[in-house]
Design a binder for this molecule. Structure first.
Ligand SMILES: Cc1ncc(COP(=O)(O)O)c(C=O)c1O
Length: 392
């Protein structure tokens, strides 16, 4: 199939969205969190009705601006590419030495021992395997709603229930409510800071105070996928150094621009690392080339700084442009911006796709939203121009 085979009717049919689509009023309604007493019952955040990336992959749609997966348009770093090429010759051997070298590089950076680091092919792998290691016998897990769902989805798939705690009106985690929700069946609390899909943060001091208390009962898992992109972003990794039962999860898909090379890692107590390693060997899923690219990228601070600066420039431009067009974007600390839209999600995504712009759509609290990832200036300008056309 090629891009010309994409047509509206087929797409609606295949995604099951042809009939009975929800209609929304013309007014853009900002997010306000509602109390949701029915834990594990009715998430405020409905995963995207339109899996834009699946439509694109299936129909091989060629995008002019791929702004749907929070990828880094500038990566990988030239030094990472060089290291990757040089490592190709090691491809006949298993990765033991290289993975040890990478874990040691990370241990030094994070101020922990090598045994407190677990490396993996992307942080999705850590999220899923942590859920497996903790939820094999059911129980419940606690996280914010709306929030990033990988770990929760895996936990639910193997029998745990989800206690979804609405974000507060300022889009920060409702840590008091999360603490209250912990019970004897809770397997972990998941915090995503900055949060996806809102792009918002919860003050680090509040997270630390929460984690110190709550980790005495259950592990507190903190996903810091976007922390390097925020100004003054402080990791909670110090809590692991201090011996709390806190798990920090990081990815090379964002600031390092290595989403396709698949590298992530977790920092936690030796016991937590061992619990996962008793079940699976995450490092066996990583290629030697990716490992050496990651080692080189870790040291390439110039590339990371460049990504951060260019990302912030694009983010400012998109934020201001959205406001100029009459939208109410949520101020973001990440490489994406969430904004309420005033047409049904499927129509919005389809119109943007027809102009070669891939974005994501979500239904949150029964309202339609779109999330746009940052791209190059050229890409985000195309996004704004396309939005202008469909808005006007
Ligand atoms: C909050 C968060 N965590 C984890 C991931 C997974 O990243 P990866 O598996 O590419 O490391 C993402 C990807 O977008 C994310 O947004």
């Amino acid at each position: 199939m090629n891009s010309s085979s994409f047509n509206r009717r087929n797409w609606l049919k295949q995604t099951g969205l042809g009939a009975g689509a929800l209609m929304f009023g013309a007014q853009v309604v900002p997010w306000t969190s509602k109390a949701n007493p029915a834990f594990g019952m009715t998430p405020l955040y409905q995963p995207s009705l339109i899996e834009t990336h699946k439509v694109i992959e299936r129909d091989l749609i060629e995008l002019k601006a791929r702004l749907l997966a929070n990828e880094n348009p500038y990566g990988p770093s030239p030094k990472a590419i060089e290291a990757l090429k040089e490592a190709a010759i090691k491809g006949n051997r298993y990765v033991y030495n290289s993975s040890k070298e990478f874990a040691e590089t990370l241990a030094e950076k994070e101020g922990v021992t090598g045994k407190q680091i677990l490396i993996s092919p992307g942080s999705t792998d850590i999220l899923e395997k942590f859920a497996f290691a903790t939820c094999l016998k059911g129980g419940n897990v606690i996280s914010a709603d709306p929030g990033y769902m990988s770990i929760v989805n895996t936990a639910r798939a193997i029998g745990a229930t989800w206690k979804n705690i609405p974000l507060k009106d300022d889009y920060s985690h409702d840590l008091k409510a999360m603490e209250k929700a912990v019970d004897s069946e809770t397997r972990f609390v998941y915090i995503c800071n900055p949060n996806n899909p809102t792009g918002t943060i919860t003050p680090i001091e509040e997270i630390k105070a929460f984690a110190k208390k709550v980790s005495k009962k259950v592990p507190v898992f903190i996903d810091e996928a976007y922390i390097e992109l925020m100004d003054g972003g402080e990791s909670a990794v110090g809590l692991v150094q201090e011996g709390y039962d806190v798990v920090i999860c990081r990815t090379y898909s964002k600031i390092h621009g290595m989403a396709g090379l698949r590298i992530g890692y977790m920092v936690a107590s030796e016991e937590r690392v061992d619990k996962i390693q008793e079940l699976v060997r995450t490092e066996m899923g990583i290629s030697v080339t990716s490992l050496h690219a990651a080692i080189a990228s870790t040291k390439d601070l110039e590339f990371q700084e460049k990504t951060k600066t260019l990302n912030a420039e694009a983010r400012n431009y998109v934020f201001n442009s959205l406001q100029d067009l009459g939208y109410k974007p949520i101020p973001s600390h990440t490489s994406f911006i969430l904004y309420p839209i005033n047409i049904p999600t499927k129509d919005f995504a389809e119109k943007m796709l027809s102009m070669g712009v891939g974005i994501r759509v979500f239904t949150i609290n029964d309202k339609p939203y779109s999330r746009v990832s940052m791209g190059t200036m050229g890409e985000v300008k195309l996004f704004v121009d396309s939005l202008d056309q469909i808005t006007g």
